[in-house]
Design a protein around this ligand. Structure first.
Ligand code: DGY
Length: 422
């Protein structure tokens, strides 16, 4: 066993190195702003050694909440020319729809309530901070239920909203977009990271085209909803909101607040999760809302069902199969599927944060052996390859950005062999 103290210390050093005062960047260079779900993981990591800083991270994130309830996927606290597309491309602040912080115009997987609950458990004295966040989280969930559901499943309107930018899940819906008039632009991501590990230009043209459309419509949800060029019901969004919503109801109890509306959302989301089951694939899958077609993509998001408290035995069979096919499970796309690429971002690589949510979900559903196996694999990935953004599931080789905030956070939150987690 490696010197665990060194890994704990290294993880803390990464978090403090990426700390910009009141928020944390995912990694220096590639991602120089505050990203929504990265930031929530950062807060969880801080809760291990500086719980006050953990609360501050979440409070900064919610300081960027829009008046309509959305918490954006990026908060551009101060401009950085090393990133594209920046605040000027999104144009949300100019449209007058943001809160006080310039931001992107979409959201990201709503994991906040789940980790806020964990931070409160680490700091029961933080009840007043929890109380002031509560109505904001309710507004955030209400925004999803109002603008992002189809038959109770939670949808994305841009691949970036899912956090799984170039997953094969979106290929069908993306191919329906003709990115006409998108114009010239200069990507920045490929100057930080090997282009082989990043989305293709075909994908990027469509990402930018969707941003330009949002800007043209003033980021007005009602106008954007009139005609959806891209809307896909997504397991990541559905399963994370379902779990967060259950956690929000528990938070309501702690605070003595009413939980009826929240419980009604849970029922709706549970029904929505059922609509993601693809019998042909024998898995949870993404569903194109425009065409009604499933993506036929078994991904690591399919396995977040346990995270949402849904224990479907058929997913255990799938987990065993994909773990046999790629030694460093869980690949972000089926290693036996036709689109598998072990290096390209969400088309194959293994992501520690997804493993952590899958593992905690397995644990919660009583699948202790499977959870322990996943924890051991994920721990080994980091011990042998460092705190990378993601890893090759066949070889374990590190990929994407390095000294990555969320990889450090999951080490502290779930992987470090302290506290009898051997
Ligand atoms: C990026 O810039 O690659 C991000 O994933 C968008 O959120």
């Amino acid at each position: 066993m490696a010197d665990t103290r060194t890994f704990d210390e290294e993880a803390r050093a990464i978090l403090t190195g990426n700390d910009r005062g009141r928020y944390t960047v995912p990694t220096d260079g590639l991602y120089p702003y505050q990203w929504n779900w990265d930031s929530v993981f950062a807060a969880w990591g801080f809760a291990d050694f500086d719980v006050d800083r953990a609360w501050t991270e979440i409070e900064t994130l919610f300081s960027g909440q829009w008046p309509n309830g959305m918490v954006p996927h990026i908060l551009f606290h101060k401009s950085d020319p090393g990133y594209f597309p920046g605040p000027d491309v999104w144009g949300c602040f100019e449209a007058g729809v943001t809160g006080p912080v310039p931001s992107s115009g979409i959201s990201q997987p709503p994991i906040a309530a789940t980790f806020i609950r964990r931070i409160f458990e680490a700091d029961p004295d933080g009840k007043e901070r929890l109380r002031s966040l509560f109505p904001r989280i309710v507004e955030f969930h209400r925004w999803f239920m109002t603008w992002r559901t189809d038959q109770g499943a939670v949808c994305i309107t841009h691949p970036w909203e899912s956090g799984r930018d170039n997953a094969p899940d979106w290929d069908g819906a993306m191919s329906a977009i003709d990115p006409v008039g998108v114009g010239e632009y200069k990507r920045r991501d490929t100057s930080h990271v090997d282009p082989m590990m990043r989305p293709t230009k075909e994908d990027y043209d469509r990402y930018i085209w969707l941003v330009q459309r949002g800007r043209r419509l003033g980021w007005d949800e009602a106008k954007l909803a009139e005609d959806r060029p891209f809307m896909v019901a997504d397991p990541t969004m559905t399963f994370t909101l379902l779990r967060s919503n259950r956690d929000l109801a528990e938070i309501a109890d702690v605070l003595g607040e009413d939980r009826d509306e929240i419980d009604a959302w849970t029922e709706e989301l549970e029904a929505g999760a059922l609509t993601l089951w693809n019998d042909v694939l024998e898995s949870y899958d993404s569903r194109d809302v425009v065409t009604g077609e499933f993506a036929q993509s078994l991904s690591n998001a399919s396995f977040l069902s346990w995270w949402a408290g849904i224990d479907n035995p058929r997913m255990l069979n799938q987990l065993e199969r994909v773990s046999d096919a790629a030694p460093f499970a869980v690949a972000s796309y089926d290693p036996e599927g036709p689109k598998f690429n072990p290096q390209r971002y969400w088309r194959g690589p293994v992501w520690g944060i997804m493993n952590t949510m899958i593992g905690i979900g397995l644990e919660d559903c009583g699948h202790i052996e499977e959870a322990e196996r996943l924890r051991a694999t994920t721990r080994r990935l980091i011990e042998e390859n460092g705190f990378a953004e993601y890893f090759d599931p066949m070889t374990g080789a590190p990929a994407g950005g390095s000294r990555f905030t969320w990889t450090a956070a999951i080490w502290l939150g779930w992987l470090s062999p302290r506290d009898g987690r051997e």
